[in-house]
Every structure is written in structure tokens, then in C-alpha cells.
Design a protein around this ligand. Structure first.
Ligand SMILES: Cc1ncc(COP(=O)(O)O)c(C=O)c1O
Length: 410
């Protein structure tokens, strides 16, 4: 699949203000369609299922304020200084210990690099691994933020379809053996945008194929802690520790504005990632790291996450019940086991861009699926976010969306 086939091109990237051309990579890097849409949907009158925001009522503002106050009063001068590229050691140790407790992974704090959100992990990984023209296997539909950031390094994307249990194994096997990709990027837990969680069998089947090759696995686990049941199958990292870069984030379990994520990397890759990060930004926001670490000492993260899971599970339940009630036959949707999204497939030939425009007239925002496809397909798909609306607004929004879809998709 050629890079030329990405549809949401960056049309502003022709030339700079003084008429000198921008770097070629900017033309090939798609704009974030979500950020563009969010500009239109910010009004409180609009019921927005378009964004991907965690529920603000589940951010522990008081706990974070207390932790921030404690950091300033006990160690303010150090917390406001420059620090190490790898990140604050007690925070890295917390992450390593949590991997052991939750997932049985034996990881040293030295294998954890704290980043500016987990989005930065993808940028650093692109920097150290992707040369122009390298093949990158990605899920179809794939995470828009990964498509955007990897595009800067000019790869050739090889998309593999996702089914209800994970990647289509035949296509996955062909993609890995035929294209010998530099990396495979996947989100096995509550994938963004589809909400799909890979089954244990699919994980093992992926591992069997990957271990025969020198493809680096980039396992994005932004949503692993948000599985409604509290259980997740073992990560790919468990089976392929030396071949896998596992990324994680505090955005969905603490606060996205703190911009804290991490990558858990085998030591040789860790060394390269540290060099790339040094060159990028020296280190992640140290004050934020210190506040997060203090918060984790003073609070019970498991209890906090249990509240988030329970709220999101009931919000997802309301959305699914409303979809069953309101959607005409022929509309299909995924059944998320966690995370923040449900993926809709409209009847063949029905345009999600038309649904988007008509729904907006009724004060409901949805996200057309096309930007999640590296080949311009997916014109009949939509992503719906359930984490950022309470159940009443979800029911009202889906009722209005049902009216639109019944009128357009016959
Ligand atoms: C799959 C996935 N990966 C990474 C990110 C980036 O998150 P952050 O940089 O806030 O950790 C997101 C954000 O929504 C995401 O959905």
C-alpha cells in the first residue's frame, strides 16, 4: 500500500510564508482530522461523540492539587530544576512494579523511559526505526495519531484488517512474510478506533508469526487499564520481550493535561530512544512527573481506576442499548470490552461524511472513519466516543443519530 494513498493530505504544506518550500515530509503528513472537527464541535450545545476525551468528572483534581502542594512545599526547588532524560526514578519504578503485579512482566525501571504522553513514544520510535520507504504494518482501521506521526518518517504502510478477535491472521501472515516490515504497530486492548480487543488465541497466533521475523513490535497499551472486567489477556510483550516496545499512558487513568506516558523497551532500544529524546526535548516535564509520583504515593490508583471502569462500562452499556433501539437494520457496531470507543459500519454505499454533516445540523457530532484508513477506504464507517457524555446525553444523541441514519441509509 503506497503512502500516496493517504487521503487527508496536508494541503497547507506547499510553501512557507517567504515562499520557500517546506520539507517534503510535511506534504506527506496528514492533518489530524479529529482536531479539525473538534474546532466545530466544542460548543456545549452539541452532543459530541467525535472526540476521544476522558471524562473530566473522573479526574481526581483534589488529589492532584494535594500532591502538587506537597511537592512544592517539600521539594519545590528540585522539582523545578532540569532533570534526567530517562525520567524520575520512583515513577519508573512504580510503572515497572505495576507491570509485574498486573501482567506478570519482569521489567527493570531501567527499561522504562518517561515521555511527553505516549504519543511521543511513537515519534521517538519512528525516529530510531523508520527510514523512508520502510514497510510498517498497521491495523485497518488504524490509530490516526500513529498514522500521522509515522508519516513524518515516510514509511510505506501495509494495512491488515481487524476482525472481532484481532487481525485477520491470513493477511497478517502475508504482510509480515511478504513485506518484511520494519515494525508492526498494534493496539491489542480496546483498539482506537474500533474498540476491538485481541483474543488470547489471536495474540498467540500473531506472536508465532512475529517471532520468525525481525519485525519490531510496537504494542500501544493506552487502554489496557480500562478493560471493564479488570482483566486483560497477556500482552504481546509477555511472549516477545526482546522484540517488543510496549507503550503506556497516564492520560486515561490520571489526567491527559499532565502529558505523561512511557515506553518499556529492551535495553539496546532504550539506549537509542534516550538519545532521540535528548535531542528532542531533553526530558519530559519534571514537575508533572514529580506530582504524578507523589499522587501515586498518597492515593490508591486501583480504587481510582475501578471508578473509571465502572463509569465507562455503564456509559458503553447505554450507548449499545440505544444503538439497538434506534439503528435501522444493516447498521453494525462493535462490542467493546473496555476503552472509550464503539465502531459503526453503515449499510454499504451509505456515506459517513453525509451522516456527519446531517447529524451536526441536529447538534450531534460523530467522527467519520476515513482518516483511520491509510488507503482512503472506510467511507461507510464512524467512530463514536462514549467516555465523555453521561448516559442521558448518550441516549439523546443516539436517538438523533438514528433519525439521521434512517433517513440517509435506506
Ligand atoms: C491508541 C492511542 N495511543 C496513544 C495515544 C496518545 O495518548 P497520550 O499521548 O495522551 O498518552 C492515544 C490518545 O488518545 C491513543 O488513543
Amino acid at each position: 500500500m503506497q503512502k500516496d494513498e493517504i487521503t487527508i493530505q496536508n494541503s497547507d504544506a506547499g510553501s512557507s510564508a517567504v515562499n520557500c518550500p517546506f520539507a517534503r515530509r510535511m506534504e506527506r503528513t496528514p492533518k489530524s482530522f479529529i482536531r479539525e472537527i473538534l474546532k466545530v464541535t466544542e460548543s456545549p450545545d452539541i452532543i459530541s461523540f467525535a472526540g476521544g476525551l476522558p471524562n473530566p468528572s473522573l479526574i481526581d483534581v483534589d488529589g492532584l492539587a494535594q500532591a502538587a502542594g506537597d511537592v512544592f512545599s517539600t521539594d519545590g526547588r528540585t522539582a523545578l530544576q532540569y532533570s534526567t532524560t530517562e525520567g524520575y526514578y520512583p515513577l519508573r519504578r512504580f510503572i515497572a512494579e505495576r507491570y509485574k503485579k498486573r501482567l506478570g512482566l519482569t521489567v527493570s525501571p531501567d527499561e522504562i523511559l518517561i515521555t511527553n504522553g505516549s504519543q511521543q513514544c511513537l515519534d521517538l520510535i519512528g525516529k530510531i526505526l523508520i527510514d523512508p520507504g520502510n514497510n510498517v504494518v498497521i491495523e485497518r482501521p488504524g490509530y490516526l495519531g500513529a498514522i500521522q506521526v509515522f508519516s513524518l518518517y515516510e514509511p510505506v504502510f501495509v494495512p491488515v484488517d481487524l476482525g472481532p478477535e484481532g487481525p485477520d491472521m491470513e493477511s497478517f501472515g502475508t504482510a509480515i512474510s511478504k513485506y518484511t516490515p520494519k515494525l508492526f504497530y498494534g493496539i491489542p486492548n480496546s483498539q482506537n478506533p474500533s474498540g476491538i480487543t485481541y483474543s488470547k488465541e489471536h495474540r498467540k497466533a500473531c506472536v508465532e508469526i512475529l517471532q520468525e521475523n525481525c519485525t519490531v513490535v510496537v504494542e500501544d497499551d493506552a487502554y489496557g487499564e480500562l478493560q471493564f472486567s479488570g482483566n486483560t489477556p497477556p500482552p504481546l510483550k509477555y511472549y516477545l520481550p526482546e522484540q517488543t516496545l510496549l507503550t503506556g499512558s497516564f492520560s486515561k487513568i490520571m489526567a491527559p493535561g499532565m502529558r505523561l506516558g512511557w515506553v518499556c523497551a529492551p535495553r539496546p532500544m532504550m539506549e537509542q530512544l534516550v538519545v532521540a529524546k535528548q535531542a528532542s526535548d531533553l526530558h519530559s516535564n519534571y514537575l508533572s512527573q514529580r506530582i504524578a509520583s507523589r499522587y501515586l504515593e498518597e492515593n490508591d490508583l486501583d480504587a481510582h481506576i475501578a471508578k473509571i471502569r465502572s463509569a465507562y462500562s455503564s456509559q458503553a452499556g447505554s450507548m449499545i442499548a440505544s444503538l439497538q433501539e434506534e439503528m435501522p437494520s444493516g447498521v453494525k457496531w462493535t462490542q467493546p470490552k473496555g476503552g472509550m470507543f464503539i465502531w459503526i459500519t453503515l449499510p454499504a454505499g451509505c456515506s459517513s461524511m453525509d451522516v456527519f454533516s446531517q447529524a451536526l445540523k441536529k447538534q450531534v457530532a460523530v467522527l467519520p472513519g476515513v482518516p483511520f484508513y491509510v488507503d482512503g477506504s472506510g467511507t461507510d464507517t464512524l467512530r463514536l466516543n462514549f467516555s465523555n457524555n453521561d448516559p442521558e446525553r448518550i441516549v439523546e444523541g443516539i436517538r438523533k443519530l438514528g433519525v439521521v441514519i434512517r433517513a440517509l441509509c435506506r
